[in-house]
Design a protein around this ligand. Sequence first.
Ligand code: SAJ
Length: 401
Amino acid sequence: MIGVVGLGYIGLPTALMLAASGNEVAGTDKNGEILKSLNNRQLTFQEEGMTELFGRAADNGILFTSEMPVADVYIISVPTPYDKGSKKVDMSYVSAAFEDVLEVCPKDSIIVIESTVSPGSIDKVIRPLADKSEKEVKIAHAPERIIPGSMICELEHNSRTIGTDDAETGHALKEIYGSFCKGEIILTDIRSAEMSKVVENTFRDINIAFANELAKICRSDGMDVYEIIRIANNHPRVNILSPGPGVGGHCISVDPWFLVGDYPGLANIILAARKINDSMPEFVLGRIYEIMQENHMTDISRVGLYGLTYKEDVDDVRESPSLQLLECMKRHLAPPLLCYDPYIKTQIVDKQVFEFEKFAESVDLIVIMVGHKEIVDHFAYVRNKVVLDTRKCVDAKVYYL
Ligand code: SAJ
């Protein structure tokens, strides 16, 4: 039996995938609403291929229960936020889940932590809990790598890393993950697994920060950043990512802070990159002001933000650049902008509409913050508006970053 603890964005697809691949799985979560919904065969969020996967997992008898199951292997996938003050990882959810598992787990069971943690956290925070309980368990770290928007496909095809204390546990886990994972499974020690995961997301954050810095440099000197990046990326060893209105989501905008928090004075490029990416919503605000001036617009209530999620075609708004921009305006005592996002069906900001047509007719300047498929496909409807496209997602004559 495999017990999956935490049925959120990572835990749920993992539990479904394991069950669909023939493993006996019981998923548990502290949130009764999630369990209720799953027991009614309702998914709690959408991802391509997940409905079909749910069907197969249910056919194989997956259980959703509020009680911690007795299992041979546990997979903990609960949130690891960072403390906004100290920038250090907040291990409280992982610790609580680990203690809950220790209460019921049999001797020699394997407890895998999938949640992203900063290097050394498992030794510092989790191992002492196991030592204190005197239960003999094996600890492992198998950080997830899947990208929202393509989770099911990536779960199956990405390679992954498993860190353990001994080779035997590594091989046992390789077999379990190998029941669905077609990518290479690399076995290593726990600390290297922790570090490599944080490094992967930090690499991307730094690359995006470079693109964003280039956007600012090019804007200041009348050059087209997209043309520059397109040409540079033509070099066989250059791959610059795209500038944008900021970096959101619960991974890339969070994990680099773990390194900054743990290695102050050493994590310098990492810190600079974080600051550049965090400065982008305010840079967009500056662009809005410039474009309004250029077009003799004075009425801020006729400016609208398209997109509230942190990236295209997902319904996740965590650390979203749009919310950061609205927050920044609030701090400057500016009135809120009208917002619309096809994936957000409830009111989450001050001024929000729920129909694209209504949004389009209410504004003269549209700021595309997220390149959802909807705006790309229906751009013709707003062709007569002034548009700032912060993602360069529409193929038309518009303003860019
Ligand atoms: N972004 C840009 N420019 C780009 C690419 C992305 O501005 O060229 C922005 C996005 O719009 C978004 C943010 O960066 O706001 C992050 O989006 P993302 O699609 O790059 O990544 P996430 O956060 O959805 O998922 C990442 C992935 N990590 C890497 O690609 C190294 C995923 O594989 C991880 O599993 C996930 O973090 C995680 O959970 O750690």
